[in-house]
Design a protein around this ligand. Structure first.
Ligand code: FES
Length: 103
């Protein structure tokens, strides 16, 4: 595992999220709540949907396809039809740069 720079802190407002690409082929969604950052796989585990196109509500990301949802802090499913957890990644912020532990 290694930390990869994915964006700058100010590119994501608090309460917002952003899709980033790791190694040019793996999409990850970065979420920001205040000064805390979280990262999950961008693809919903129920189908081929980009969660970064969904809706944020507190700690929950709602999928844009069928309305299923996940807690992005833990990856755990919150609402059906989602039953499989999202993969989560550790995030570190150094100065103004956001890094994700991926590898
Ligand atoms: S693809 Fe996400 S809930 Fe169905």
């Amino acid at each position: 595992m290694s930390f990869i720079k994915v964006c700058q802190r100010d590119e994501i407002p608090s309460g917002g999220m952003r899709r980033v690409m790791i190694d040019d082929r793996t999409p990850i969604t970065i979420y920001r709540i205040g000064d805390e950052f979280f990262a999950t796989s961008d693809y919903c585990t129920h189908g081929i949907a980009s969660l970064s196109e969904g809706e944020l509500n507190g700690d929950v990301i709602e999928c844009p396809f069928h309305g299923g949802s996940f807690n992005f802090r833990t990856g755990e499913p919150v609402d059906a039809p989602c039953t499989i957890p999202l993969e989560c990644f550790k995030v570190e912020v150094q100065n103004d740069d956001v890094f994700v532990n991926y590898g």
